[in-house]
Ligand binder design. Structure first.
Ligand code: TRP
Length: 448
């Protein structure tokens, strides 16, 4: 089977150079590789979480779609669609919501950041937090699991969401007794370094330091480049390419030979004005032909609409049978489809406690013990080796091997006298005792 690569872009803004070099260009490049099936989409339901300006969402959908197409995406090969054209995605989202622990969502960085900001401001923790924002990772899981993507290229800020997707997929697979979902892997492309903006920070709309990709044409591009911050060295003075973000941007577009040349010219005293001119020339070489295609597309939205509709049809050919099978699995069946044929073991599994492994932000491997209701009972320490973590879960499941104790109000599970996992502290001693019993029951139920 081909590798399915899937990624989406939230439609709230106008694409800038950083979006192009950091996300769209490498994705288009990946879609041309043999053995790859690419799924690229406009995350327009996600846009509603961040933006309640209909005109902006509408405009952004058009601009981002036109950017993918102008950039050369082959929509016969790749599947290119709008999230909101696939009703199976929100449907799957609901099925996933119903197996996702609220506690898992409480841990999401984006949500926690909102809570922290609110706390700092002295307002209520959930002030301004919508259910859309809170459950955003579940919608993202639905995007990914709908098409059983193997690889999901994203920025660093999204890694946790892919981990959560794996968590949710494992839980669904386990509850309903079959490998319905592939567990996706995150792809962080180290080579496509995040582009710095005019001021050297990451190029981002929120820092107001972007270089437009197509918007405003060649003039706007030139105007932005002229505002790139440099040091105060004069023409004739030697300049260090590596400490100039102007050079970092150049390098993201140029060949190695071209970069080496500019580096040497800077060392030789090229003035910043000339360096900016060189950057503009190099950018234009790539962007000018795309800009023509982009302008033509933007002025013909009907053509883009057609392409997206065709993409939606292609995507739904996969989504429809998949959601059918999932509805069947959870019991949403045609009443005439005969006696209830629960998937073998599904019922038993649904009642079971289980271990779920995950990868921590720091790259280490850990696991959780979840109770039958899906609540987290224990979390393990960190392990560099996933096998070491796996071996511990095996031993914990052997009858009578694990020792469960209380450390204050927290339940601790130990092997050979060493702690391997612990629970969150309970509210009081009675709750702590109850948790210890739950852990013992869970381990006993897992003992073969
Ligand atoms: N949340 C992603 C972002 O802000 C966009 C996105 C939505 C996405 N669904 C996705 C990315 C599924 C990858 C896969 O960047």
């Amino acid at each position: 089977m081909n590798t399915r690569v899937l990624t989406g872009i939230t439609t709230t803004g106008t694409p800038h150079l950083g979006n192009w070099a950091g996300a769209i260009r490498p994705a288009i490049q990946a879609s041309t590789q043999p053995g790859v099936d690419a799924f690229f989409f406009l995350a327009d339901y996600h846009a509603l979480i961040k933006c309640d300006d209909p005109a902006r969402v509408a405009r952004s959908r058009l601009e981002i779609a036109a950017t993918w197409l102008a950039g050369g995406l082959d929509t016969d090969r790749a599947t290119f669609y709008r999230q909101s054209d696939i009703p199976e995605i929100p449907e799957l989202c609901w099925l996933l919501m119903c197996v996702t622990g609220k506690g898992l969502m409480n841990r999401a960085h984006a949500y926690k950041a909102s809570v922290d900001q609110n706390t700092a401001k002295g307002v209520e923790a959930d002030d301004g937090v919508t259910m859309g924002l809170f459950s955003y990772p579940v919608l993202m899981a639905a995007d990914i699991l709908m098409f059983n993507a193997h690889k999901v290229p994203v920025g660093r800020d999204q890694v946790q969401h892919i981990e959560m997707t794996r968590d949710i997929a494992q839980r669904f697979n386990h509850l309903y007794g079959r490998e319905f979902f592939v567990l996706p892997d995150v792809v962080i492309e180290e080579e496509v370094a995040t582009l710095p903006g005019l001021d050297g920070r990451k190029m981002s709309k929120s820092y107001n330091n972007t270089i437009p990709l197509f918007e405003g044409g060649a003039r706007a591009l030139r105007a932005a480049v002229s505002r790139i911050v440099t040091d105060s060295r004069q023409p004739g003075e030697a300049k260090d390419a590596d400490s100039a973000h102007l050079f970092t941007i150049y390098r993201a577009f140029a060949s190695q030979a071209e970069s080496a040349q500019l580096r040497a010219q800077l060392a030789d005293g090229m003035g910043w004005g000339d360096a900016k001119e060189a950057l503009i020339q190099r950018l234009e070489q790539d962007i000018a032909p795309m800009r023509d295609r982009y302008d033509a597309l933007i002025s013909n939205p009907g053509r883009i609409e057609e392409i997206l509709q065709a993409g939606a049809q292609k995507a739904r050919k996969l989504a429809q049978p998949a959601i059918e099978a999932l509805r069947e699995a959870v019991g949403l069946r045609n009443l005439t489809s005969g006696p209830v044929q629960a998937a073998a073991g599904a019922k038993k599994a649904a009642k079971g406690a289980r271990f779920v492994s995950f990868r921590d932000d720091d790259g280490s491997f850990r696991f959780r013990l979840l109770g039958a209701d899906g609540n987290e009972l224990l979390v393990s320490g960190s392990h560099a080796d996933p096998k070491a973590a796996g071996a511990l879960t095996k031993r914990l499941q052997q009858p009578g091997v694990a020792v469960v104790t209380l450390d204050g109000l927290a339940v601790v599970a130990s092997l050979d006298g060493a702690e391997v996992a612990r629970g969150a502290p309970a509210a009081d001693a009675a709750a702590a005792d109850a948790q210890a019993v739950q852990v013992q029951d869970a381990l006993a139920s897992l003992a073969q």
